[in-house]
Design a protein around this ligand. Structure first.
Ligand SMILES: NC(=O)CC[C@H](N)C(=O)O
Length: 428
C-alpha cells in the first residue's frame, strides 16, 4: 500500500488543524463567541481597548474588572500564578486550554509560616480568561474549585474564550487594556492603565518582618511584591530573612546585613525611585553580595544606569531559554515580566549575565568586581525539579564567604551549592 494511503488519517487530521487555524484567524475581529460554557452561568464579556470583544460564560465572581490583558503559556500552576503579586493589575489569559481541572489546594503553611501552595495571601490578578473551565476537579490536595475560590476572593473569570485568537491579537498589537464584565455588571468605559500607578507600593509589605530568625546569615529582602517561594528558598538555605518595604531606609539598617536581595514585583520599575536610589547608594558603599530577581533585575539595572523598556507582550511561561554568558550553558526558566532592561550598552563595571535565547532580551546583569548579580527570570520557580535553583545556593555561598572574610576567618562553612548539586545528582 502506498505510504500516502497509510498516512491519510494523519493527513486529514493535520488538514483539520490547518482549517481550524485559518478559521480562528478569520474570526479575529470584532467579536468572538463559540465554545459551550458553564451551564446556567451568567454571560461574561472581555472587551479589549482596541475594540475586540469575546463573549463567554462567567465562572468567577459576578463583578467587573479592568486590567492589562497579558497571557501566560504555563501548562500548570494557576494557583501560584494567580497569587503571584507580579500579576497585580492584570487580566491573566491562560493559553493552556483546560484550566481548573486540579482544583485549588489547601491553605497549609510551612515551617516558616508561608503558605505552601500559593505565592501570597490572596489572588493578585484582577481577573482570569480561559478557554475551557473544567467544572469537575480532582487532586489529592484540592479543597475547593477554581470557581469557588474566585467567588470567595471576588475575582471575575470568563470561560469559553478562543484564547488562541485572543493571544494572536495580543502578540500582534502587544499587551492591551481589557475590561471584563459579567452579567449585567459592566466595567465602566473609562480606560485606566494600572501601570501608570506605583503597583509595587500596593504589593510591598507595610512593615518589617523577620522569617527564620535563627538563620545563620542575615539577608535583607527588599519586598517589591515578593513571591513566598523566594523567602522560602532563602530560609531553606539557612538564612534569616528580614523583609523590608520597597522604600525602606536602607542606609540606616544595612550595617549588620550579610547580603541583600531584591524581589519580583508588579508594574513598571520606573516608579520605584526610592529603591533605585537605595541601590545606587549600595553599589557605591556596600561590598557584600546583592542579588535581584525580575523586578529586582530591572531595579538593579536602572540603578546601574541601564534604561528599561516595555516588551510588546512580555514573557510569561515556564519554558523560556536563557543562556548564561559566563558559561555558555542554556537553562530553561520560569518567567513573568512585561518590562526588560536595554542592555545594548552596558555601564562601566557591569556585564550581561544571561540573555534570552528566543528574543535576545536581557535576562540578567552582573558586576565585574563586586558580588552583585541579578536575573530577569525566576530561579525559585522551576518547570523541572531544580533548574536554576543553584543561583540561590551560589548567592548564600557568596554571603557566607563574605561574612567569614569580614570576620577575619579563613574557615568558611561548606558551600551549599556543592551540597545542593551532590543532592541533585544523588536524586537524579
Ligand atoms: N515578575 C516580575 O518581577 C515582573 C517585573 C515587572 N513588573 C515586569 O512586568 O516586567
Amino acid at each position: 500500500m502506498p505510504l500516502l494511503a497509510t498516512a491519510t488519517p494523519l493527513a486529514a487530521a493535520l488538514r483539520g488543524t490547518r482549517h481550524l487555524a485559518k478559521r480562528t484567524l478569520a474570526t479575529q475581529a470584532p467579536h468572538h463567541s463559540h465554545y459551550p460554557v458553564v451551564p446556567g452561568a451568567l454571560t461574561a464579556r472581555l472587551r479589549l481597548r482596541t475594540g475586540e470583544t469575546f463573549t463567554g460564560g462567567s465562572f468567577g465572581a459576578p463583578t467587573a474588572a479592568m486590567g492589562e490583558t497579558v497571557f501566560t503559556t504555563s501548562l500548570v500552576g494557576y494557583p501560584e500564578s494567580m497569587t503571584d503579586p507580579s500579576y497585580l493589575g492584570q487580566l491573566l489569559v491562560f493559553t493552556q486550554p483546560l484550566i481548573g481541572n486540579y482544583g485549588v489546594p489547601q491553605r497549609t503553611r510551612d515551617e516558616f509560616g508561608l503558605l505552601r501552595h500559593f505565592e501570597s495571601e490572596k489572588i493578585q490578578c484582577r481577573g482570569i480568561v480561559v478557554s475551557d473551565y473544567a467544572q469537575r476537579y480532582s487532586h489529592w490536595n484540592a479543597v475547593e474549585s477554581l470557581q469557588e475560590w474566585c467567588h470567595r476572593e471576588n475575582v471575575p473569570a470568563i470561560t469559553g474564550v478562543d484564547t488562541r485568537a485572543l493571544v494572536h491579537i495580543l502578540r500582534g498589537q502587544g499587551s492591551t487594556l481589557g475590561a471584563l464584565s459579567t452579567g449585567a455588571v459592566e466595567q465602566p468605559v473609562e480606560w485606566v492603565d494600572p501601570n501608570k500607578a506605583n503597583l509595587v507600593a500596593q504589593a510591598s509589605t507595610p512593615s518589617v518582618r523577620v522569617f527564620n530568625p535563627q538563620g545563620s546569615v542575615n539577608i535583607m529582602l527588599i519586598d517589591c511584591g515578593v513571591k513566598y517561594n523566594i523567602i522560602r528558598s532563602l530560609c531553606q538555605l539557612g538564612a534569616r530573612v528580614t523583609l523590608v518595604p520597597w522604600d525602606h531606609n536602607i542606609a540606616d539598617s544595612v550595617s549588620d546585613v550579610d547580603g541583600i536581595f531584591i524581589s519580583n514585583g508588579p508594574g513598571s520599575p520606573t516608579h520605584c525611585t526610592k529603591t533605585i536610589e537605595s541601590l545606587r547608594w549600595l553599589f557605591g558603599t556596600y561590598d557584600r553580595p546583592i542579588f535581584g530577581i525580575c523586578m529586582g533585575n530591572q531595579l538593579m539595572g536602572l540603578a546601574a544606569g541601564l534604561p528599561a523598556y516595555k516588551l510588546r507582550f512580555g514573557n510569561r511561561g515556564h519554558n523560556q531559554p536563557a543562556v548564561d554568558l559566563t558559561t555558555g550553558k542554556c537553562v530553561i526558566t520560569s518567567q513573568n515580566h512585561g518590562y526588560a532592561l536595554d542592555d545594548s550598552q552596558m555601564p562601566r563595571g557591569w556585564d550581561r549575565f544571561f540573555v534570552n535565547a528566543n528574543d535576545g532580551s536581557n535576562e540578567g546583569i552582573r558586576h565585574l568586581e563586586k558580588p552583585f548579580r541579578s536575573v530577569q527570570f525566576h530561579p525559585e520557580a522551576k518547570g523541572g525539579p531544580l533548574d536554576t535553583a543553584y543561583l540561590f545556593a551560589e548567592f548564600i555561598d557568596a554571603v557566607r564567604a563574605a561574612k567569614a572574610e569580614a570576620a577575619g576567618s579563613s574557615v568558611a562553612a561548606p558551600p551549599v551549592s556543592e551540597a545542593e548539586s551532590s543532592a541533585a545528582s544523588a536524586s537524579a
